[in-house]
Design a protein around this ligand. Structure first.
Ligand code: HEC
Length: 158
């Protein structure tokens, strides 16, 4: 997969930023190198295919350099990001409860959420039926993992 290195780099950045948001002192403390590696190994999808899957999300979510909140929060750096952490976005209380419990959007948690948002998180205001195909979930997660907290990617073909 041609985007593996870029994905890894973006994920490291988003992990550091995510744990900063979660209130820990340093990214090292929040997540060990092994944990980071394990998390990156969970990203097995095809980012280019994921860009197509993301069309289903675009009505409500933006990602990239000038991404803003729409119906849903912007998704820059979301892989590894603390749930409910976009400051100027008003989340449902269901999501904020998960955030207070310390939920981090690892690839695994994202996949579970995206498969069936309302089953995973009863009371969420994300009105989206879900991505029933595992391939679509894997691909869209690989796509999202390319963007760091500032919406920058390090894809070689940019
Ligand atoms: C109809 C609008 C809509 C669509 C379509 C949609 N979402 Fe959402 N999304 C939302 C809303 C609204 C929230 C806030 C949920 C809450 O507060 O309960 C959200 C929350 C999220 C979160 C949690 C973010 C955070 O900061 O904690 C992720 C991740 C996410 N969406 C990913 C996706 C992806 C990926 C897709 C496409 C496969 C998608 N969404 C499709 C509206 C949407």
């Amino acid at each position: 997969m041609r985007t593996t290195i870029a994905t890894t780099a973006a994920l490291m950045l988003s992990l550091a930023a995510g744990s900063a948001l979660a209130g820990s002192h340093s990214s090292e403390e929040a997540m060990s190198e092994e944990a980071k590696t394990a998390m990156m190994e969970q990203i097995t999808g095809d980012a280019d295919e994921g860009e197509k899957v993301f069309r289903k999300c675009k009505a409500c979510h933006a990602v990239g350099e000038d991404a803003r909140n729409k119906v849903g929060p912007h998704l820059n750096g979301v892989v590894g990001r603390a749930a409910g952490s976009v400051e100027d976005y008003t989340y449902s209380s269901a999501l904020m409860e998960k955030a207070e419990e310390g939920l981090i959007w690892t690839p695994e948690e994202l996949a579970a959420f995206l498969e069936n948002p309302r089953d995973y998180l009863p009371g969420t205001k994300m009105s989206f039926a879900g991505l029933r195909k595992q391939e679509d979930r894997d691909d869209v997660i690989a796509y999202l993992a390319q963007f760091d907290m500032d919406g920058m990617t390090m894809k070689e073909d940019n």
